[in-house]
Design a protein around this ligand. Sequence first.
Ligand code: BGP
Length: 477
Amino acid sequence: MKAQKLLFPDGFLFGGALAANQCEGAAGTDGKGYSTADALTGGVFSAPQIPPKGFYLKEEAVDFYHHYKEDIALLGEMGIKVLRLSIAWSRIFPNGDEEEPNEKGLKFYDRLFDELEKYGIEPLVTLSHYEMPLYLATEYGGWADRRLIGFFEHYARTVFERYKGKVRYWLTFNEINMILHAPFNGGGIQGKPEEIDKSILYQAVHHQLVASALVTKAAHEIDPGFRVGCMIAGSPIYPLTCDPEDVLEAMRKDRESLFFGDVHVRGQYPGYMKRFFEENHIRIQFAQEDEEILKNTVDFISISYYMSYCATANEEKNTQSQGNIMSAVKNPYLEESDWGWQIDPKGLRYILNQLYDRYQLPIFIVENGLGAKDVLVEDGNGSYTVNDDYRISYAEQHLREAAEAVRDGVDVLGYTSWGIIDLVSNTSNQMSKRYGFVYVDRNDDGSGSLKRYRKKSFYWYRNVIETNGACLEECEK
Ligand code: BGP
């Protein structure tokens, strides 16, 4: 039976996503300082190596810094409308607390945005994608220190002024809610989350929320045409059973993340957090002006979406499984990727509806994709390719659910497929965990020619974009 029409609105922004620290490489080039991402040489849960020593993959990554023209040409050939990328804060302010920016770093992004313009690709820029100058972590203790708000605002104003006219869409902090689960990765705070005093952790959260609101205000002042969004790791939390205790536990877990959206959209702390702070003896220093600052709310929200989780109040059933950064209870109905991430396309429709019902703001899906091992094979035309039907199937299923959400009435701005060009994984620091529609010849041990090859998914996605998603419908039997 043929399903009803899958419709993406005209102007739907199909695209891809990258992050500076995972693709650029050139770690010490043109005055760049070390970033916190450089220090996580063994992945997101490793103890930071300060300063980074010896071989680590992100030092060169896929050398996007020197390959950006070739890469953008490939993305242009794919027809993408938007490229989500991030600016490496440590390229602009190598230590983070300087007055004057590093001109060479600014020039790189000038060239990059100009190149995108040639192909009619709109940039969507994250200000801090799991990256901040390492110096701010070692000398200031990361986001636990209030002075970071000022440094971040200075950095944001610098790039807003510089790229006004070239960039319209901005995101403040990547997956801002994940600072709770990986504090160094998200906030430059050393130590395991369970060992860090919760008051310190939530103070850092507060500083990021204030910083996010302040730069949203700055963006609107500098260019009223700017559109600023928050970015949240979006994972719906299902109760493991219909036991009311499980339902309440799922609500509690869900609110760990919804809190970030609530502040960004509603401009104030929700009541349930006040109770949480009280019961857990968490004290946060609010400066006098903070309440006012938080009222500078975002224009849209954005999410990454890889999986859903379950929650239960039953200790015996509470077997944790690793997901993207945070761990949670496994869902017995779902399959998982080679890295144990549970695959749940319908969860995307669910969370889009949930967030839209809650906020009534446009939503951008700025990350989604399948991390998988790829095998490079001859393509019969003297080159190489990857027959990644598994990736196509994953993306197809998620896009269909996004289209269902559109039919449900959700205002979905666009979809940027994560790691559209292979890059270094954030959690595991591997090259072999690949997401791209473009293959990059680089291996976990750093070997490889860095040559780029079009995977089968490259052609599939080109077709999806060309038909504004209509070809997804044809595949439906
Ligand atoms: C998100 C991050 C990305 C990206 C992605 C995939 O959490 O925002 O930076 O890495 O997950 O995760 P991984 O690279 O660990 O497979």
